[in-house]
Write a new protein. Structure first.
Length: 169
């Protein structure tokens, strides 16, 4: 992609919007679009720099403000692209592999009579319908399945009660 490329960590400062209006759906049914981001690239041993980055990302699991991501960048032009591939937070391929492993473990448990593993769509927490910090409506289904439920708007942690015995809040 780049002449002399390097990798670095970058902080997503802001989502600047969608490039164009065409959403591409891949063979797995994942919707992708081109988003522009303002990022602060933090190369190891070099001074950080800020740049705009256009990146093709899955629509439902794209990076948000405050996320630390891996980027490929060119030293001279500082052209930067966020690496989605391999990032367990955004890469649909990683989600599919995880789902396949969970299904295989479930099938094995059913055949062998061992306890069933935790279902991925089973709620982990009970969270409030409104954020106590800013009052915004909470997507309870998403927040209750999240490892670290936060308000989508103010990004503050949501109070939570474990849905299953033995988990800590």
């Amino acid at each position: 992609m780049f002449d002399k490329q390097a990798q670095a960590q970058a902080l997503v400062l802001e989502e600047l919007g969608v490039e164009g209006s065409k959403v591409h759906t891949d063979i797995h049914g994942v919707d992708w679009n081109h988003y522009r981001y303002a990022v602060e690239v933090r190369p190891e041993g070099e001074a950080p720099f800020r740049v705009e980055s256009e990146t093709k990302v899955p629509v439902n699991t794209r990076p948000k403000r405050g996320d630390l991501v891996t980027v490929d960048y060119e030293h001279k032009s500082q052209k930067t692209e966020i690496r989605i591939e391999g990032d367990e937070r955004y890469d649909p391929g990683v989600f599919r592999e995880k789902w396949k492993k969970e299904e295989a473990a479930r099938e094995h448990a059913l055949r062998s009579g061992t306890p069933l593993p935790h279902a991925p769509d089973e709620p982990r927490w009970t969270v409030p319908a409104k954020c106590p910090e800013c009052g915004a409506r909470v997507d309870q289904a998403a927040a209750e399945a999240s490892q670290d439920p936060r308000c989508e708007y103010c990004e503050q942690p949501l109070p939570r009660i474990p849905a299953r015995a033995g988990e800590l809040a």
